[in-house]
Structures are given as structure tokens and as C-alpha cells.
Design a protein around this ligand. Structure first.
Ligand SMILES: Nc1ncnc2c1ncn2[C@@H]1O[C@H](COP(=O)(O)OP(=O)(O)OP(=O)(O)O)[C@@H](O)[C@H]1O
Length: 276
């Protein structure tokens, strides 16, 4: 599948068609989250195919992060179904989601500040050299080598991988988090505003990593407010408004102005009108 896609897709902005994409990797049905009286997410029906890159857009408070938190097991949904890789799932926490193949890069990074890059990459799934009863010895050499491979693959330049995360810039930290995805070939990557706090160069680096994921046929959900970035990187845009999906737009059939009209409520797609 990936190689078929590569022949069809010469760059992130190449035209896309459903035929170039694989089976459904993620589906949500009626996904809903209420915080007491706050209906943060209401009846979200969403589908993502293997190899597809989809942006989630919407105004502040539209429900984007809430949607991500239900999928990644950070919170427990009020109702609805999540079907991941063909099976209904109910993750008790983010580690369970990660072990199932969902790698998430949050706005606030889930990295351990006191640890170095290899330790962060392999946190919770260390390579074991040998194990005897309750004792095990970790294979640090193998973990370091795989770290260097992952950074090289994603084009990330970090001068000293043995330095602790707390000493790195925001961009470097973000790249480490994203390189973790590349290392483990996750089945799905979710990025929630990965470049919101980054400078121009660091943003470009993260965007390059997104392109390498696309070339490798790895699916992605990208939550972003950045229209240029979205138009540059994804195949499809799903717009949330007041907790509900109000548009599902193929990139080649829309433009920035059109997307803004859905975000602000000036437009709603007919199929979502009843819900809006
Ligand atoms: N833990 C919570 N308790 C109560 N209300 C919450 C909680 N988390 C989010 N909300 C509310 O749910 C709604 C959706 O929030 P969410 O963070 O999903 O929006 P968002 O689209 O990600 O916004 P932003 O772009 O500002 O990050 C908002 O009204 C928010 O105040």
C-alpha cells in the first residue's frame, strides 16, 4: 500500500484520492464527552484511512483536544464507540493507547525532563539485553543506535542525545517526541498543535517530519490553527464547531477562506446541518 501511495503522491500537496488510501484505521461513532453540563464533544462520527493525513480545525473551545483525549485514553468518553485497527477499543490510559499503536504528540509534551533522548524514546518499552528472574539488564547500546537511526530518518539534528530533555529547545523537544513515532512505526500518529509554541525553523523541521510520515504511508491526525500548515500538509480537513463536526472537506475541493467560513459558523455542510 505504502509503495502504491508513493507512486501517486510526489509531495505533500499532491492530489489525493480515496483509491490511493488503505483500509480504515480509526473510526469514531457518536463519540461524546460531557464535563458536567459542558457538552465539549457531541456525536462525533469520524473516519481515518491508512495513509491519510487529516487536520482537525476549529475555534478555541470547539472540542478538538477533547476529541483527541477520548481517542488516546487520556479521558473516558461519556458515550460512543472508537474502533481502532478493526477492533472496538476502550483505552484505560494513554500508555494503553500507545501500546496499541497510537502515538500522540501533545501541546504539552509527555517527555521526561530528567532523562536523555534514548531514555525518552524507549520509556516503557526498553530493549532488554537479558533477563534472569526479576532482574533484567537493558541494552543501552541498541537503544542509542536506534535513537540515532530515528533522528537521522526524520532529519532531526540534536547535538548531544545524552543530554537531558530539560536542556533542549522547544523545537528539539517536539522533534524528539515526533521521532518517537518514527521509531516505533505507530499505526496512527496524533499531533495536537505541535508547532504552536515553535519558531519558524523549528516549525519547518516538524513539518518535514510530517512529510516523512506521509511518504511512509503512516496516517496522521493533526490538530492545528495554522491554515498555511494545514493546506500544505493534509489530505482532508474536519472542522469542529461548539463540540460538533460541521464540515468534512477534501483539501483539493476547498480553500482557506472556505474553511474559515465553516470555523466561524458562516457555513455548515448540509449533512451536518441538523446537528449544528
Ligand atoms: N476538564 C474540563 N472540564 C470542564 N470543561 C472542559 C474541560 N476540558 C475542556 N472543557 C471545555 O470543553 C470545551 C472544549 O474544549 P477543548 O479543549 O476540547 O477545545 P479546543 O477546540 O481544543 O480548543 P483550543 O483550540 O483552545 O485548544 C471548552 O468549552 C472547554 O472549556
Amino acid at each position: 500500500m505504502a509503495s502504491d501511495m508513493q507512486t501517486n503522491i510526489s509531495g505533500a500537496s499532491a492530489p489525493n484520492s480515496d483509491a490511493a488510501l488503505g483500509d480504515i484505521i480509526l473510526e469514531t461513532r457518536d463519540l461524546t464527552k460531557h464535563y458536567g453540563g459542558v457538552h465539549a464533544l457531541e456525536g462525533a462520527n469520524f473516519t481515518l484511512r491508512k495513509g491519510e493525513h487529516v487536520a482537525i480545525m476549529g475555534d478555541n473551545g470547539a472540542g478538538k483536544s477533547t476529541f483527541v483525549r477520548q481517542i488516546t485514553g487520556v479521558e473516558q468518553r461519556t458515550r460512543g464507540e472508537i474502533i481502532f485497527d478493526g477492533k472496538p477499543v476502550h483505552f484505560a490510559g494513554p500508555l494503553e493507547a500507545r501500546n496499541a499503536g497510537i502515538e500522540t504528540v501533545f501541546q504539552t509534551l509527555a517527555l521526561a525532563d530528567q532523562l536523555d533522548v534514548p531514555d525518552n524514546l524507549f520509556l516503557g518499552r526498553e530493549i532488554i539485553k537479558w533477563k534472569l528472574g526479576p532482574f533484567s539488564v537493558l541494552d543501552y547500546k541498541a537503544m542509542r543506535q536506534r535513537t540515532l537511526d530515528a533522528l537521522e530518518k526524520t532529519g532531526v539534528k540534536i547535538p548531544n542525545i545524552r543530554g537531558t530533555i530539560e536542556r533542549m529547545s522547544g523545537g528539539q523537544r517536539q522533534c524528539v517526541a515526533i521521532a518517537r513515532t518514527a521509531t516505533f512505526h505507530s499505526k496512527l500518529t496524533i499531533m495536537d498543535e505541535p508547532t504552536a509554541a515553535l519558531g519558524v525553523q523549528e516549525t519547518a523541521q516538524v513539518e518535514n517530519i510530517v512529510r516523512t510520515l506521509k511518504e511512509a504511508g503512516e496516517p496522521l491526525i493533526l490538530v492545528s490553527h495554522n491554515m498555511r500548515q494545514v493546506m500544505d500538509l493534509v489530505d482532508r480537513i474536519v472542522v469542529f464547531r461548539r463540540g460538533r463536526i460541521c464540515a468534512n472537506l477534501k483539501k483539493e475541493e476547498t480553500n482557506g477562506e472556505d474553511v474559515v467560513a465553516y470555523i466561524t459558523g458562516a457555513k455548515t455542510q448540509p449533512e451536518y446541518e441538523e446537528a449544528a
